[in-house]
Design a protein around this ligand. Structure first.
Ligand SMILES: [Zn+2]
Length: 95
């Protein structure tokens, strides 16, 4: 009997240590996990380096408001350049 009680309290303590303030990267091809520090205004995904703006609903409850567009555009352009894609301006040379 006391054994069952121990198991119950163990489950309850697990619920208490539940981490909030973690979220998945909003980049659909990444889905990396991010954990912000309290009061942080932007967060960078450690996996794809995209940056997101954050809002704090409560002091311990952050939410992603949206991506930081200029940072993410730079990353996307860099990725494209690394892949050796032809820049759109070169099409003008075609007769
Ligand atoms: Zn990511």
């Amino acid at each position: 009997m006391s054994e069952n009680e121990k198991k119950l309290s163990g489950a309850e303590s697990l619920r208490k240590t539940r981490t909030y303030g973690k979220f998945r990267c909003h980049n659909p091809s990444c889905m990396g996990r991010m954990q912000p520090a309290a009061g942080q205004k932007t967060i960078k995904c450690p996996a794809c380096n995209m940056e997101f703006r954050m809002a704090w609903v409560k002091p311990d409850f952050p939410r992603i408001r949206g991506p930081v567009w200029n940072v993410n555009r730079e990353i996307a352009e860099k990725v494209r350049a690394d892949k050796g894609a032809v820049p759109p301006t070169s099409k003008k040379e075609k007769k």
